[in-house]
Each structure stands twice: as C-alpha cells, then as structure tokens.
Design a protein around this ligand. Sequence first.
Ligand SMILES: Cc1cc2nc3c(=O)[nH]c(=O)nc-3n(C[C@H](O)[C@H](O)[C@H](O)COP(=O)(O)OP(=O)(O)OC[C@H]3O[C@@H](n4cnc5c(N)ncnc54)[C@H](O)[C@@H]3O)c2cc1C
Length: 279
Amino acid sequence: MPEHSYTVMEPVLYSIERRKRETRDTFTLELVREDGGAPMRFWPGQFNMLYMFGVGEVPISISGDPLDEAKIVHTIRSYGSVTHKMAELRRGDVIGVRGPFGRPWPLDELEGGDVVLAAGGIGLAPLRPVIYSILGRRQRFGDIALIYGERTPSDILFRTLLEQWRGRFDMKIEVTVDSAREGWRGSVGVVTTLIPGLRLDAERTRALICGPQIMMTHTIRALKDKGLTEERIHVSTERNMKCGEGICGHCQLGTVLVCRDGPVFRLSEIGTLLGKREL
Ligand SMILES: Cc1cc2nc3c(=O)[nH]c(=O)nc-3n(C[C@H](O)[C@H](O)[C@H](O)COP(=O)(O)OP(=O)(O)OC[C@H]3O[C@@H](n4cnc5c(N)ncnc54)[C@H](O)[C@@H]3O)c2cc1C
C-alpha cells in the first residue's frame, strides 16, 4: 500500500484535555496529541474523523481557533451510536483522530467584503473558526453578521462567546429560537425570519451557511431574494462518509465526493444536487 494512503487511514492518538458541556446534548472536547508530536494545523471548515475504539468513526468539524496550536477542538451533538459513546468521554480518555480533511471556507475570497454567516443548530460549530479568523484580522473585512437559529433557548451553543462577540460592537449577532417559554426576550422563529431585516449589499456580500438541509434550502432562497448570486453563497454539506479522503466513495453527491471536494461548496458548483438525499 502506498505510504500516503496508509498514514491517512491510521488514527493518531489524542487525549481529552478538557471536556465542556455546552447544552443537554452537546459537548466540546479539547484534544492534545498523546505523543507530543507536531500540532495539527487546519483551515476553518475542515473536519477530522474521530475514532471511538470498539464503536466506530465519525466526521466532526473542527470548532476551535485556527491560531491555537496547542489543542484541537470539536463540538459534538450526541446523535447516534458513536456520538452517544463520545458523550461519555472524560478528561484523560484517548480517542483516534484522522485529518484534517476537506475543502475549507473560502476565507481569502471574503476579504475586502461583507460577510453573512448563517448557522442552524450544531452548524454553528464549523463556522466558529471562521469567526475567530475574521475577528483576528477584523480590519480586512467589511460588515459581519452572524444569524443563528436553535431549537430552544437552552440549546444555544457558545453563549458566553456570543455575548463577548456582541460586546465588541463590530459584528452583528442575531439569535432566534424555534420555540421559547416566557422569559426569553429574543426572537422566536426560524433563522430565515432574520434575513429580511439584514441590511445587505448583494454586490459585496458573501454568505456562508451551515445547518440542517431544510434550513440551508430556505436560507439560500431568502438570500437570493436579497439579490445574492449562487457565486456568493457557500454551503457546508453533510454526507455519511467513511475514508475522509475520496477513496471509498461513500459520500458521493452526483459528480463530487463530499469528503474530498467539500464539505464546503460554492452554491453554483452543486446547486441542484444540494437537496437530493441519495445520489
Ligand atoms: C463534514 C461533516 C462535519 C460534521 N461536523 C459535525 C460537528 O461538528 N458536530 C456534530 O455534532 N456533528 C457533525 N457532523 C455530523 C456527525 O458526523 C453525525 O452526527 C455522526 O456521524 C452521527 O454518528 P452516530 O454514530 O452518533 O450516529 P449513527 O447512529 O451512526 O447515525 C445516526 C443517523 O445519522 C446519520 N449519519 C451518520 N453519519 C452521518 C454523517 N456523517 N453525516 C450525516 N448523517 C450521518 C445516519 O445515517 C443515521 O441516520 C458532521 C458531519 C459531516 C459529514
């Protein structure tokens, strides 16, 4: 077997340095290399394959700051067999990591223009590294807006961070929830309800969208109504994947392999394929 394909298939051992509970079903893991080897460098939007020994392997986006070379951070929603087991991980436990994989968000193309980041649910996690990167060199960008929709107020991720970002006053942050009890003073409604209120110059704005399929479909429609072309809309897609490297074909979406050619695509590249379940 060629050396390259052998190493990308072999997980590197990382131990859990810190585990933070975000919400009732979502947690963040900060990982450090067991062997003290070179830290992982990644681009915002890339993902790792996380291996729970004896259970299975799943793709999870990197949710930390790309400039933090000491640790690698993942935010995970407990969903099925592997992620349920991951929810039981504690400090000092060891998992396998392969990556980073995939095509990142087009940060260079965002420079000099305005940016709208639209997140639904756990979709905020893959967008967080973009926000860190933009805020790290804020003067290179125009207006920045984050619109984020969650199920209920108690499902909202990264609350403290959202407040910190809001306090900077150089970034617009709007959070909405599908449903709320009394006491919630924010917006109620799906994330697309926030789009008509955005002051948006379609000629200089790019939108990055990450969330469930239905959220992405409606968000795209609302942004197009605001005049954004498919060239200016970027989406992060999800497919069931295995190798992470374009070898096995599990994540084929029409003519592309999501793990290798994505997960981030310009909408004009995959427009009609986006809503298709099996291809
Ligand atoms: C590029 C990429 C980045 C992702 N980033 C994150 C992240 O940052 N945080 C996070 O919580 N989740 C993320 N996911 C989703 C995560 O991979 C799935 O929730 C996880 O694989 C489910 O595995 P499980 O064993 O817990 O559930 P299972 O019991 O295996 O599966 C439960 C259900 O999820 C479906 N499923 C399994 N794997 C995937 C998958 N890879 N994508 C979509 N559906 C799947 C199955 O078809 C099944 O219907 C990402 C997925 C992709 C493709």
